[in-house]
Write a protein that binds this ligand. Structure first.
Ligand SMILES: *Cc1c(COP(=O)(O)O)cnc(C)c1O
Length: 382
C-alpha cells in the first residue's frame, strides 16, 4: 500500500490538531461549555472572512449556503445576474433557475475571467437586476475573478454582490468589508482544514435590508430565523457540534499563522507550481490562474485520466481530474488548507514521475528544481 497524499481542491488534508479535536467525546450544544466555543468560533470566522458582520454557520455542504443566498436574497421571478465561467458559476445559474428566478448569465469562456466592463454592460441592459452572483476561485478551471473591481462596480451601481469563496477563502486574498463585498459563502473542506459538513455565510447591512423586505420561502436556510438565534449565541437547529469543536482548532491555527502570511504562502506556492509545469513543457489551463488551485493542460498524446490514475495509484499522490468537457484534458493541483511549500515539491515530483511512466519525455528533476530555485530565492527555507 502506498502512503497517500491528498492534493484535491476539497476535501483537503487535516492537521493533527483538528484530527485530535474530532476524536473528542461529543458535548451537548445547550451548555455554557458549547456556547463559549461557539462564541470564539464566530469571532474567528469574522477574522477569516475579514468582516465585522456576522458569519452564520450551517451543517451542510458548500452548495447549501449557495442555495441559502439565492432563496433569501432574491424573490421568485426576480431577475438576477450569474457570472458563469465553469462548473461552479453554472451552479449559481442552476440554483437560481431551480427556485424560479430569472437568471441573466454572463458566459465567460472556461479558463477566462469576467471583465468588469462586460458586467457593467449587462447591468446597464438589465437595470432590474439587483443581485450579482460571482465566484472568487472557479475551482473547475483554476481561475480567479477580480472580486475587488467587481465589488467596486456593484457598489457604484447599487447592486448586491454575492461571492462563492468556497475554494478561495483563506487561501486567496479576500477583503470582504474593505472591498465592499456584501455576501460571502464558504465551506469547511477546502481552505479551512476541516472535513466536509460545515458551510458559512457572511452578510452585511446592505444585503440584509433586501432580505428584510423579501418574503422568504425557506425553512432550514431561513436567514431571519438564523439571525434571531445568533443574537442569543444560539442556532435554530442542532449545530454540527463535533465539527464546530474542530473548527475552533483550525481557526486558532489560521490566526496564529496570520491570514496575510497564508495568502502570501499560497501565492508563492502556486507561482512555483505554474513555473515548474511550464518548465516541463506543459501549459497552464487558466489565463487568470487562481492561487488556490492550478489546472494543468494534459499534453498531447497523454490521456489525462491515465495521468491522474498513475499519480494516485502508482505514486500515492491524488490530484483532481477535469470536470464536464475538461474530463481527461486537465489535472488540478490544490494549494489550500493544510499544505505547505514542501507539498509543492512532492506534487511536481509526482507529476514528473507519472508523465515519465506514461512515456512523456521529461528531464527528471527539472520541474522540482524550478520549485526549489524559486523557494530558495524567495527565502522560504531560511
Ligand atoms: C467545492 C465548491 C463548491 C461546492 O461545494 P460542496 O461542498 O461540494 O457543496 C462550490 N463552489 C466552489 C467554487 C467550490 O470549489
Amino acid at each position: 500500500m502506498r502512503k497517500k497524499f491528498l492534493f484535491t481542491p476539497g476535501p483537503t488534508p487535516l492537521p493533527p490538531e483538528v484530527q485530535e479535536a474530532l476524536s473528542r467525546p461529543i458535548i451537548h450544544h445547550r451548555t455554557t461549555d458549547y456556547q463559549e466555543i461557539f462564541a470564539e468560533v464566530n469571532e474567528g470566522l469574522k477574522y477569516i472572512f475579514q468582516t465585522e458582520n456576522p458569519v452564520f454557520t450551517f451543517a451542510s455542504s458548500g452548495t447549501g449556503v449557495m442555495e441559502a443566498a439565492v432563496v433569501n436574497l432574491t424573490r421568485e421571478g426576480e431577475k438576477a445576474l450569474a457570472i458563469v465561467g465553469g462548473k461552479f458559476g453554472e451552479r449559481w445559474k442552476e440554483i437560481l433557475e431551480a427556485f424560479g428566478r430569472e437568471c441573466v448569465s454572463l458566459d465567460v469562456e472556461w479558463g477566462s475571467a469576467p471583465r468588469v466592463e462586460e458586467v457593467e454592460k449587462i447591468l446597464d441592459k438589465n437595470p432590474d437586476v439587483e443581485v450579482v452572483f460571482a465566484t472568487l476561485c472557479e475551482t473547475s478551471t483554476g481561475t480567479k475573478t477580480d472580486i475587488k473591481s467587481l465589488a467596486e462596480l456593484c457598489n457604484k451601481k447599487g447592486k448586491i454582490l454575492v461571492v462563492d469563496a468556497i475554494s478561495g477563502l483563506v487561501a486567496m486574498e479576500l477583503r470582504t468589508d474593505e472591498w465592499g463585498v456584501d455576501v460571502v459563502v464558504a465551506g469547511s473542506q477546502k481552505g479551512i482544514m476541516l472535513p466536509p459538513g460545515l458551510a458559512f455565510l457572511s452578510i452585511n447591512e446592505k444585503a440584509w435590508k433586501k432580505i428584510e423586505n423579501n418574503d422568504i420561502k425557506a425553512y432550514y436556510f431561513d436567514l431571519k430565523k438564523t439571525k434571531k438565534a445568533y443574537e442569543k449565541t444560539d442556532t435554530p437547529f442542532t449545530p454540527a457540534v463535533g465539527l464546530i469543536v474542530a473548527l475552533r482548532e483550525s481557526l486558532r491555527m489560521i490566526k496564529e499563522e496570520g491570514l496575510e502570511n497564508i495568502w502570501k504562502k499560497f501565492s508563492l506556492i502556486s507561482f512555483a507550481v505554474r513555473e515548474a509545469v511550464k518548465t516541463l513543457g506543459l501549459e497552464i489551463f487558466s489565463r487568470y490562474p487562481a492561487e488556490a488551485v492550478t489546472a494543468v493542460k494534459v499534453p498531447q498524446g497523454i490521456d489525462g485520466i491515465e495521468l491522474y490514475k498513475a499519480m494516485k495509484e502508482k505514486i500515492g499522490v491524488q490530484v483532481a481530474g477535469g470536470q464536464a468537457h475538461l474530463k481527461g484534458k486537465i489535472i488540478r493541483i490544490a494549494h489550500m488548507g493544510y499544505m505547505d511549500y514542501t507539498d509543492a515539491i512532492l506534487a511536481i515530483s509526482a507529476l514528473e514521475t507519472a508523465l515519465s511512466i506514461l512515456g512523456y519525455s521529461v528531464e527528471f528533476g527539472k520541474g522540482v528544481g524550478k520549485v526549489m530555485e524559486i523557494f530558495l530565492k524567495e527565502g522560504v527555507f531560511q
